[in-house]
Design a protein around this ligand. Sequence first.
Ligand SMILES: Cc1cc2nc3c(=O)[nH]c(=O)nc-3n(C[C@H](O)[C@H](O)[C@H](O)COP(=O)(O)OP(=O)(O)OC[C@H]3O[C@@H](n4cnc5c(N)ncnc54)[C@H](O)[C@@H]3O)c2cc1C
Length: 386
Amino acid sequence: MADQHDDYAEIRAEIRKLCAEFPAEYWRERDRGAEYPAAFVKALSDAGYLAALIPEEFGGSGLPLSAAAAILEEIHHAGGNAGACHAQMYIMGALLRHGSAEQKQRYLPGIATGALRLQAFGVTEPTSGTDTTALKTTATRDGDHYVVNGQKIWTSRAEHSDLMLLLARTTPKDQVAKRTDGLSIFILDMREALGNGLTIRPIRTMMNHATTEVFFDNVRVPAQNLIGVEGKGFRYVLSGMNAERILIAAESIGDAKWFIDKAAAYAGERVVFGRPIGQNQGVQFPIAKAYAQMRAAELMVREAARLFEAGQDCGAEANMAKMLAAEAAWAAAEACVQTHGGFAFAEEYDVERKFRETRLYQVAPISTNLILSFIAEHVLKMPRSY
Ligand SMILES: Cc1cc2nc3c(=O)[nH]c(=O)nc-3n(C[C@H](O)[C@H](O)[C@H](O)COP(=O)(O)OP(=O)(O)OC[C@H]3O[C@@H](n4cnc5c(N)ncnc54)[C@H](O)[C@@H]3O)c2cc1C
């Protein structure tokens, strides 16, 4: 696919080169065995790409969000999956924006070199789901520690991370003025907590995502690991969500490009009834339509990143970018499956694997309905529905 619209041409070329070391068979094998792509994540960390957003003073490259988006997009366009490590890019933002000078010095240089992995983000809980402020995990002050009790679910990469950014309630809901108050975020050192009240259980999923459920039974976290002001954690988490949405949207754009390339190439090669199937408009049109959808979504991703980098409010654009990109990827995935006919279902074509992987982004990190609710309420000023 022509890439005349691409920014960060050099970074993209380097990522493509790195990804070429991890061809389709690498991802197929990991998928088959539900194995974490450790070698890929190490290569990406060693090359400094996971530290793209960390300021230079802490050992990162201090690049803007759109550079990180280009990195993640290229990984997905190359047939890989950045779900194994993307969180490091956006979780780090909470520490960078709201952490103390001492906390930044303690963690960021290690994260930048890859010596410290900050890949786990503990927000979602089994009983509260999208209604985050109803979460039940508590952190209770006890001298110079907090004691954490509760449970998280879908805490991805917990088994492959040293640190977790944890959201817990520090003041009971009935004692705060607003339900968004009384929540706090902590850097939890899982190396210390494992065996000391922290239990991690993997969840098998339809794609290879290393996700888990995590149980806290009197886990002690030093008070110095509280980020920012106690009770303001929900605000801090929200401030990082726009970055997360823009980066995930970029991954979906990469997926869409992979499906479109793959479908168009196959349509040109596969001969049935004595001519390439791609000569039939019935085969061409879904691929062409997915391309148009992808390009429109890509423009929204870029607009959201532009606003983010200018320090302007980008909540609506980041949400719309995530929704449109995930839908464009899904349209491209559908077209790719249909174009490949029976071969779409054969593991060796990779279509079925990418098909399973790309479906996630209409649900996580936020589902489409909640994005539509956001637009209805905050952009169109309709009544709040929940
Ligand atoms: C593979 C995977 C990895 C994940 N990784 C992480 C992670 O690392 N850290 C983390 O904290 N979380 C993670 N998540 C959780 C993810 O963010 C949630 O699954 C997602 O936000 C949806 O929440 P839920 O599953 O509880 O759905 P629910 O909140 O139970 O919602 C179920 C359905 O109901 C709809 N719905 C709910 N309320 C409304 C409403 N008011 N109006 C309209 N529709 C509504 C939703 O849109 C959704 O379609 C992950 C999830 C998955 C599947």
